[in-house]
Structure formats: C-alpha cells, structure tokens
Design a protein around this ligand. Structure first.
Ligand SMILES: C[S@@+](CC[C@H](N)C(=O)[O-])C[C@H]1O[C@@H](n2cnc3c(N)ncnc32)[C@H](O)[C@@H]1O
Length: 346
C-alpha cells in the first residue's frame, strides 16, 4: 500500500481521505481566514500560509485552495509528479506554488509558514524499513522548523501511536503541544482501494486489479459488508447513547422529586386538618409505590431485552467483520494537530 516515491502518474489519487473528510477538523484549528492584529493595534484579516508536504497527485491542495487556503506551497521529491501538478493547475490556480524538494531539507527560512501538513508521507517512510523511521523524523523536524512559533504541524496517519515519534523528532528544539489526535473516517474510495490492494498482494498493481473482474467483484462485496457493519455499529452507538441519556434524565427527575418531597417550614399546615391530610398522603404514597415498582420491573425487563439485542448485533458485526491487524483494513485514520510553542522553539 505504501509507496516511498510517487508511482501512479495518471489522474489524481488521494491517500486515505480527501478534503471533505478533513475539512471540519482542519478548519477548527486553522481557519482559512484569521483575524490578525496589525501594526498600530488595528485588526485585519490574513490567509494562513500552508506548506503541503509530499503532495503527490492528491486533490487536497486544490480543494483546500478552493475553500480559501489560497497561500499554499506544495513540495514533493518526485519531479514527475510536480511537473504534472504544475501543468494541471497553471491556469486554474496560478498562485499555487509547486516545488521539487526533499521535505527533510527545505530551502525555506525558519518560521516561514503558519501550518505544514502531511498526509501519508510520514507513513510511507515508516512502512518501508526501520532505517526510514529516521527519515520520517527528519521530515517532522523540518516541518517544525519551517513553521512559525505558535504554528501548526498536521499529520494524517493510519497509526494512532505516532506522538512519540513526533516528539522525538523535535526534542532538541522544543516540545509539541498535541491539540488533536482524533480519528477521521476514510473515504469510501480509499476503503475500496485498500480492500483491493490487500487482495492483490505485493506483486500485482492496482491497475492489474482494475482489469480483473473477479477480484473487483470480491473487493466490492467485502466493501459492502463493511458498510453494513459500519451502519450497525453507528446504530449501536446511537442506541446506547439514547439509553444513557434516558437513564440520566430519569435519575435527575427522581432526584428532583425526592428533593421536592422535603417540607420547608412554610409548607406546614394548620394542626387541625393535619391528621386527615396525613392519612390521605399515606394512602396515596403507598398506591404510588406499588405502581412504581411495577413500572420499575417493566423497565428492567425492557432494558435487559435491549442489551441482549445489542449483544446479538455485536456478535453479528464480529462474524461479518473479523478484527484485522492490517492497517489497510482500518476504516479511519488519525489527524494529528501539533502546535509549536510560542517561545523556546527556534
Ligand atoms: C503516500 S504518498 C502521499 C501523497 C499525498 N500527500 C496524498 O495524500 O495522496 C507520499 C508522497 O510523498 C512523497 N515523498 C516521499 N519522500 C519524500 C521526501 N523526502 N520529500 C518530499 N516528498 C516525499 C512521494 O513522492 C509521494 O508523492
């Protein structure tokens, strides 16, 4: 799955996810238009300067640009891909810059960018050999160097345990503040391609797969199965959340009712009518208690039935979608958002 260098030369291809899947999270940390304080205290607006690391032939840069990130420099080690991207966008996106560069050693001065973003390059390097971990760290360190103090380094990775690598990469200079390491759901296309790749094995290319109807059909059927399992998982999560919310509301209502029973001195009645009232109150309360215990019994049964149904659904998911250790079968990736400290970093 992971290629060290650029391989597919025709069309576009995005690793893992495209802009629609990343947009909400990226915009949360890096709005396309930031308000800035200008000299003399006046406020104005500015577009963040973004470095796209190992851009490949991904649509991400174009899609981000169209959403307002119009100050973007794209680098990739492959001259083939950079020539192609430059040619593709020279008319539609003339401001976009494309550079052949090794992301481990960039020509930019320290602190040039507001954000450096990588999707798949660190992973590509980590997947090849132990020695490549050093290269991945060098890229992260360089991303840390070229962003300004307070700037962001964003990395999209299939691995949820990359924080140590990121910290190790910059340990001589500063420590990242980890703002986010949450999951982002993979695009349908990325999942289908991943399934296809696991079926093809190491010696057959994606192009071979696309020409083989039987393998395509197998991949499509597995993909559909995964979609059904996802829908079931979502339904389970929603159902559990609803039950938890109902239980909380009931507990709160019961707490409020118990609190309401307490008599304050102002509630006390005339002594003359108090005895009769007390008898009626007692009878009412006893009646209410027996109704409540029937209702509690019914609710308990209903709760147990719901839990049994949920367990069955879980079993069904387990049968249809056995857990795989293969990262290519994950339905999500992680978006790391790391902030360079305002002080202490060079
Ligand atoms: C897995 S692809 C990801 C492409 C793209 N970012 C995406 O999301 O689809 C990794 C890319 O990193 C590039 N690359 C590998 N090593 C690099 C390096 N040292 N400097 C810059 N780019 C590099 C490859 O040429 C390739 O285009």
């Amino acid at each position: 799955m992971f290629a060290l260098g650029f391989k597919e030369t025709s069309g576009f291809f995005d690793w893992y996810v495209e802009w629609p899947e990343l947009k909400t999270d990226v915009q949360r940390f890096l709005p396309a238009i930031c308000s800035v304080e200008k000299d003399g205290g006046a406020s104005g607006e500015s577009v963040p300067k973004v470095l796209m690391v190992g851009c490949g032939n991904s649509k991400l840069s174009e899609q981000m640009y169209n959403d307002g990130y119009t100050s973007m420099v794209n680098v990739d080690i492959s001259d083939v891909v950079i020539d192609k991207m430059r040619e593709n966008y020279k008319e539609s996106h003339p401001d976009m810059e494309w550079r052949v560069a090794d992301a481990r050693n960039l020509e930019d001065a320290s602190g040039t960018y507001d954000c450096a973003l990588d999707k798949g390059t660190v992973d590509a390097l980590m997947s090849n050999a132990e020695s490549c971990a050093g290269m991945a760290k060098e890229i992260v360190r360089e991303m840390g160097r070229v962003i300004a103090p307070g700037g962001l380094c964003m990395v999209v990775s299939h691995n949820g345990n990359r924080t140590n690598l990121f910290q190790d990469a910059v340990k001589d200079d500063f420590e990242w503040e980890v703002l986010n390491a949450d999951k982002v759901r993979l695009s349908d296309m990325a999942r289908l391609i991943n399934i296809l790749r696991t079926k093809l094995g190491p010696n057959r290319t994606l192009r071979d797969g696309l020409k083989d109807p039987s393998i395509l059909a197998e991949a499509a059927s597995e993909f559909r199965k995964e979609q059904v399992c996802d829908a079931l998982k979502e339904a389970l999560v929603a159902r559990r959340a609803r039950r938890a919310a109902e239980a909380k509301a009931k507990a709160e209502a019961a707490g409020a009712a118990a609190g309401g029973d307490e008599k304050t001195p102002g509630d006390e009645k005339d002594v003359s009518g108090a005895k009769d009232d007390a008898k009626t109150d007692y009878a009412n309360r006893e009646g209410q208690k027996s109704n409540e215990s029937i209702a509690v019994g019914d609710e308990k049964k209903q709760g147990e039935t719901e839990m049994r149904t949920e367990e069955k659904v879980e079993q069904l998911i387990e049968e249809k979608q056995p857990k795989s250790q293969d990262p290519r079968r994950q339905s999500f990736v992680y978006l790391y958002v790391l902030r360079k400290p305002l002080e202490g970093g060079s």
